[in-house]
Write a protein that binds this ligand. Structure first.
Ligand code: PMP
Length: 430
């Protein structure tokens, strides 16, 4: 495959941008080689600067649920830009999207728009701290909640991909206020809570993890956490930046029937535009400025173009339940196909999936937490990644990521992915 234009761009990029990219995982460091530079995308396809076509499994790390360049969203954005790009003043669509979010995600009574998932999680723990008057938070090893200082402790996604789950630059004071527990380990959480009675403001988790690869909550785990939080007056936060509006209309919380106190949302609500949000119980959100004393602000928050894209996409999802039926079916077909190939080739790799999210791990262990995710054979994943890319399948370039399907994928595309997977596995196991 010719990727010479991408290679030249990457070469140049490294002179001007740290590592040549504006977000670490994009650099392909974990899998080797040069990243492909994307020029355009439509429906289930992305095209690179050398005009290679790939079937999309990243989908902007989640938001392109309806595939790329959906015509309704495109029209909403082009209509919106006729009226300028930013006002820094309240607009009608902000009210409409807030109302819609509270309808689709019933645990959210009030919501505040921000500009990224990172901002959403940072703000959510600030308000939880303000509300409870406590300092400490609990997070889970391998969960990623953006690059806020408090979360770069045993962090997943790019942080673990690049060997910096505890980043330099985070002060000891901040790090001391973040307690970590193994994912799916209720006893460990109970012990942390007992040892820090009256000091824990919030417990935050990905209700389904995307950032150590796809990892599911064990039976009873989310219920158990809800109970602990209730008993101890801890604000229970679901980070649904990846799962919100994807695993169901109301996110993972609807799917698992658990109500968190606060929810953080991200890229998905902007239909791919830079947006995030946090929301939840009114009694907590009423602490947010200007109503309450917890300060949080943003010049570009609720940006009119992003709101136009997000509102159109959320309205579509709200009115088209068949989107979720299709995502489930596509997920099932793909995972069945992968499972058959794995068996046929006499392999025992683990595939974790739920709805339209999946990760194939190069390990025979069940992957339920960070250590088991890290038992995956990473060099083998790197080879597999490139074998898939060569066959025109564009995956997240790290073992510690989930893949995301879109409704733009038709049966033919799923079959091509399944075939490419089987051929790639054959190639890498030799
Ligand atoms: N939380 C989760 C669960 C995420 O997956 C991410 C990013 N992938 C974030 C927070 C941070 O979002 P952003 O990159 O928009 O800051």
């Amino acid at each position: 495959m010719n990727i010479s234009t991408s290679q030249a761009l990457f070469e140049k990029a490294q002179h001007f941008i740290p590592g040549g990219v504006n977000s670490p995982v994009r650099a392909f460091r974990a899998v080797g080689g040069s990243p492909v530079f994307i020029k355009s995308a439509k429906g289930p396809y992305v095209y690179d600067e050398d005009d290679n076509e790939y079937i999309e499994l990243i989908n902007s790390w989640g938001p392109m649920i309806l595939g790329h360049g959906h015509e309704l969203i495109q029209k909403a954005v082009s209509d919106a830009i006729q009226h300028s790009f930013s006002f820094g003043a309240p607009t009608r669509r902000e009210v409409e999207i807030a109302e819609l979010i509270t309808t689709m995600v019933p645990s959210i009574e009030k919501v505040r728009m921000v500009n990224s998932g990172t901002e959403a999680t940072m703000s959510a723990i600030r308000v939880a701290r303000g509300f409870t008057g406590r300092d400490k938070i609990i997070k889970f090893e391998g969960c990623y909640h953006g690059h806020g200082d408090s979360f770069l402790i045993a962090a997943g996604s790019g942080a673990v991909t690049f060997g910096t789950p505890d980043s330099p630059g985070v002060t000891k004071g901040v790090a001391n206020d973040t307690l970590t527990a193994p994912y799916n380990d209720l006893d460990a959480v109970q012990k942390l809570v007992d040892a820090n009675k009256g000091h824990i403001a919030a417990l935050i988790l990905e209700p389904v993890v995307g950032n150590m690869g796809c990892v599911l909550p064990a039976e009873g785990f989310l219920e158990g956490l809800r109970k602990i939080c209730d008993e101890e007056g801890i604000v229970f936060i679901f980070d649904e930046v990846m799962t919100g509006f994807r695993l169901s209309k109301g996110g993972a919380q609807e799917r698992f029937g658990i109500k968190p106190d606060l929810t953080t949302l991200g890229k998905i609500i902007g239909g791919g535009m830079p947006v995030g949000a946090y929301g939840g119980k009114a009694e907590i959100m009423n602490w947010v400025s200007p109503l309450g004393p917890v300060y949080q602000a943003g010049t570009l928050s609720g940006n009119p173009i992003a709101m136009a894209a997000g509102l159109t996409m959320l309205n579509y999802l709200n009115e088209h339940p068949e989107v979720y039926t299709q995502l489930e079916l596509s997920g099932h077909k793909l995972v069945n196909g992968f499972t058959n190939s794995i068996k046929k080739l006499g392999l025992n790799y683990t595939i974790n999936s739920i709805g339209s999210m999946y990760t194939l791990f190069f390990t025979d262990q069940a992957v339920t937490d960070f250590p088991s995710a890290k038992s995956s054979n990473l060099p083998l994943f790197g080879k597999y990644f490139h074998a898939m890319l060569d066959r025109g399948i564009y995956m997240g370039p790290s073992q510690f990521e989930s893949m995301f399907l879109s409704t733009a994928l038709e049966d033919g595309h799923i079959e091509r992915i399944i075939e490419a997977n089987e051929e790639s596995l054959k190639e890498v196991i030799g």
